[in-house]
Ligand binder design. Structure first.
Ligand code: DX5
Ligand code: ZN
Length: 218
């Protein structure tokens, strides 16, 4: 089943819990947590304390996207009862195999994200280790950017690799996803859809979630 994980990067931080209640009530299946350090990406978002403030207030699992240099230093901070996935960037990890084992040692799914210019071939010798592969369809750092169409070819390529080598792996896509292009993304093979501005910039956040779910449910 395809799932939707709205990214709270575009939520109203002054009323974050209300925005989360809106997506949860409307049926979203996870919360995407974008952590940016102003170093790996040219923007700063929030850290683990903000994420932890949601504990006990939502039943939704956390899909943590670490856009930070040297992610090994921070993995433990994001381990909570709600944390389902922790994703690191291929481009930020010198010892990627070790980093994935470290995430798994906490009983959490280990994910890798690829920037738009990074080839899936960089994961050739680690593919079977991946619980989750996050294809960036914008250059990471900001919400509200335009979808880069070559991401569709990359999703197709990794979904072929998934069929042959790692059928249980989740393929997620992140950046510039709208009600207009989401079907193309799921048809290419993505099964977890991340959407920020197209959910939270709407005056009717719950209504947007329902529209997305109607399009992505299979
Ligand atoms: C980008 C983040 C995305 C972002 C998506 O660096 O990783 O998760 O919040 O936002 P939209 O859907 O607005 O492109
Ligand atoms: Zn993200």
């Amino acid at each position: 089943m395809n799932r939707l994980a709205p990214s709270i990067l575009s939520a109203d931080f002054s009323r974050l819990i209300d925005d989360i209640a809106a997506i949860e009530d409307a049926g979203a299946q996870a919360i995407h947590i974008d952590v940016m350090d102003g170093n790996f990406v040219p923007n700063i978002s929030f850290g683990s304390r903000v994420m932890k403030s949601l504990l006990g207030k939502t039943r939704l699992p956390f899909d943590v996207h670490l856009m930070v240099a040297d992610p090994d230093r921070y993995i433990k901070d994001f381990v909570t009862d709600n944390t389902e996935i922790i994703t690191v960037h291929q481009e930020a990890c010198i010892h990627l195999h070790r980093t994935l084992q470290s995430i798994k040692s906490f009983g959490i799914k280990a994910g890798v994200s690829l920037n738009p210019s990074t080839s899936p071939l960089t994961l050739e010798y680690i593919f079977e280790e991946l619980d989750y592969l996050l294809i960036m369809s914008v250059n990471p750092g900001f919400g509200g950017q335009k979808f880069i169409p070559s991401a569709l070819d990359k999703i197709k390529a990794v979904s072929d690799m998934k069929r042959r080598r790692n059928p249980d792996m989740i393929i997620a896509v992140d950046g510039g996803i709208t009600l207009e292009n989401v079907r193309q993304v799921t048809e290419a093979g993505a099964n977890l859809i991340i959407a920020g501005s197209s959910v939270f910039d709407s005056p009717d956040v719950g209504g947007q979630v329902k529209k997305f779910l109607a399009l992505v449910s299979d």
